[in-house]
Design a protein around this ligand. Structure first.
Ligand code: RB5
Length: 111
């Protein structure tokens, strides 16, 4: 079973939960590194928790308000290639052309 590690700050928690439900239905094993409430938290802390789990078999999804802060934070970790994507096309390109292993999403900027 494929593992996906999820993480978000308070601005991204609702979208993270939606993504989690979808991926569980699709049969993925999910490791949810938080946050777990809508109380304000710091996105670099969440990025670190997720990035420590990334390896050749395990990819991640990070969500914050814009996706910018959490992707910048994630890309500081060795072996992590986080791509901030806004739609299916950019996400596909990030996998095919950039070998991205972490998808970053801005919850306040996508529909
Ligand atoms: C939190 O309000 C917001 O600043 C954060 O989620 C993110 O957008 C930072 O890049």
């Amino acid at each position: 079973m494929k593992t996906i590690v999820l993480g978000s700050d308070h601005a991204g928690i609702m979208l993270k939960e939606q993504i989690k439900s979808y991926l569980l239905e699709e049969g993925y094993f999910i490791l949810d590194k938080g946050c777990y409430t809508s109380e304000s938290c710091d996105y670099p802390d969440i990025a670190e928790l997720v990035c420590r789990e990334i390896n050749s078999d395990t990819k991640g999804i990070l969500v914050c308000g814009t996706g910018i802060g959490i992707s910048i934070s994630a890309n500081r970790f060795k072996g992590v290639r986080a791509a901030l994507c806004h739609d299916v096309k950019t996400a596909e390109q990030a996998r095919k052309h950039n070998d991205a292993n972490v998808l970053a999403i801005g919850a306040r900027h996508i529909n």
